[in-house]
Design a protein around this ligand. Structure first.
Ligand SMILES: Cc1ncc(COP(=O)(O)O)c(C=O)c1O
Length: 397
């Protein structure tokens, strides 16, 4: 039997989402309806993108050319064409395929941390030796290039990145990525970059400075992406793998045959419409505006409770970590995040994610909860109202 750790964040969502009244734990930008997609695209009806006469065959195995062409277009500065894109059932499937196809027992891999647990638990389950490349809280969760450099070994096979990053909401800019690429090139290391939140960069100072890893002139890379987060369409379960290196895409396609024949043809049609350049642009504009507006609400709540809450303001993606303290009459130490989240949800209906439990048992995340703040504005306001009343009742002296 495969030896694999529980995927804690997905387990938490599974066990708690059903009872949540105000879900501010979700990582997708507020999901759109088919009716909204119709309005954004100017289609005649919410189902205009479906052809009732289309036979429901498997369809094109790698995904339709139209969809893969639209996806290739988002990697503007990279030499990516439809042939370099493979459609998958979400980025979770894309990540799995890349890690499964490319890592062997005894390989060493370095994985950015914290991140989506899949990115280090799958390599571990495959028998790889995993070094976590850790963000530094005392330096606004910055990643130290020196730490990465010293983690490299002669048998390092892969550097695994997540940019923009979940749960911290931080990004590595072009300059930082270029250093990583130079290091990988010097040691002939493959880079896998989970870009499921890209290009959702809402900090205006760096908005234009965060390229895809495929755009930096290094072929030995695999990027994964998805309709779920930046494009608000998690329900269609469409993601992708991209690489400028043909041999990598061919290998990934061979391994993919064992897990997927094709994705749903209906999902493919919906994704094709949403990724049409004019529609895609409108969805991204909507989500960047929503992220900015909602982030300001979270900042306002944190400012109301200066002795209780702190965070490093996220500049991209949909999530951030808030660190919380007990009131001083209770010792003023960090909260215990699992019981905090359970009690908060039971008393107010507001759902959050306990970070030390879901993002590794490292001491770094003690007292932290993850908030997903790019849900609908109304949901966020209601969720924050629950959190506000709970903090006022139990955490203020
Ligand atoms: C970093 C990261 N990668 C991948 C996924 C999976 O996304 P998808 O819905 O595209 O499978 C998630 C979902 O939360 C995520 O946060």
């Amino acid at each position: 039997m495969v030896q694999i750790k529980e995927f804690e964040v997905e387990k938490w969502m599974d066990e708690n989402e059903g009872d949540a009244i105000h879900n501010i734990a979700e990582t997708c930008c507020s999901s759109i309806t088919l009716e909204e997609l119709q309005q954004l695209s100017g289609a005649d009806s919410p189902l205009a993108f479906l052809d009732p006469k289309q036979p429901m065959t498997y369809g094109p195995i790698r995904g339709s050319v139209a969809l893969r062409t639209h996806i290739a277009e988002i990697y503007g500065a990279a030499p990516i064409s439809a042939d370099d894109v493979l459609i998958t059932s979400g980025a979770i499937h894309a990540n799995f395929l890349s890690l499964y196809a490319l890592i062997s027992p005894g390989d060493h891999v370095v994985c950015q941390y914290p991140t989506y647990q899949q990115l280090y638990s799958i390599p571990e389950s495959l028998g790889a030796d995993v070094t976590l490349w850790k963000a530094n809280f005392s330096d606004k969760w910055a990643m130290s290039y020196k730490d990465l450099e010293s983690a490299i070994r002669p048998n390092t096979k892969m550097i695994i990145l997540n940019n923009p990053q979940n749960p911290l909401g931080t990004v590595m800019t072009k300059e930082e990525l270029q250093k990583i690429v130079a290091l990988a090139r010097a040691h002939d290391i493959l880079i896998h970059c989970d870009e499921v939140y890209w290009p959702l960069v809402h900090d205006e100072h760096i908005q234009s400075q965060v390229p895809s890893i495929t755009e930096l002139g290094y072929d030995n890379v695999v990027a994964t992406g998805s309709m779920s987060k930046a494009y608000s369409l998690a329900g269609i379960r469409v993601g992708w793998l991209v690489s400028p290196k043909k041999a990598l895409i061919d290998l990934l396609a061979s391994v993919r045959h064992y897990t997927t024949i094709s994705v749903s043809q209906i999902d493919d049609r919906i994704a094709t419409l949403a990724m049409r350049p004019d529609v895609r642009r409108k969805i991204l504009e909507r989500n960047i505006a929503l992220a900015r507006k909602n982030k300001a609400c979270v900042e306002a709540l944190i400012a109301e409770f200066p002795s209780v809450c702190e965070w490093v303001t996220p500049n991209a993606g949909t999530t951030g970590l808030i660190r919380l303290r007990q009131k001083s009459t209770n010792g003023g130490g960090f909260i215990e995040d699992v019981s905090f989240c359970h009690n908060l949800q039971r008393e107010t209906g507001t759902m959050l994610v306990p970070a030390s439990h879901c993002f590794g048992a490292g001491k770094e995340f003690v007292g932290c909860v993850r908030i997903g703040y790019v849900c609908s504005h109304e949901e966020l306001v209601r969720g924050l109202a629950g959190l506000r009343s709970y903090l006022a009742q139990y955490f203020v002296d």
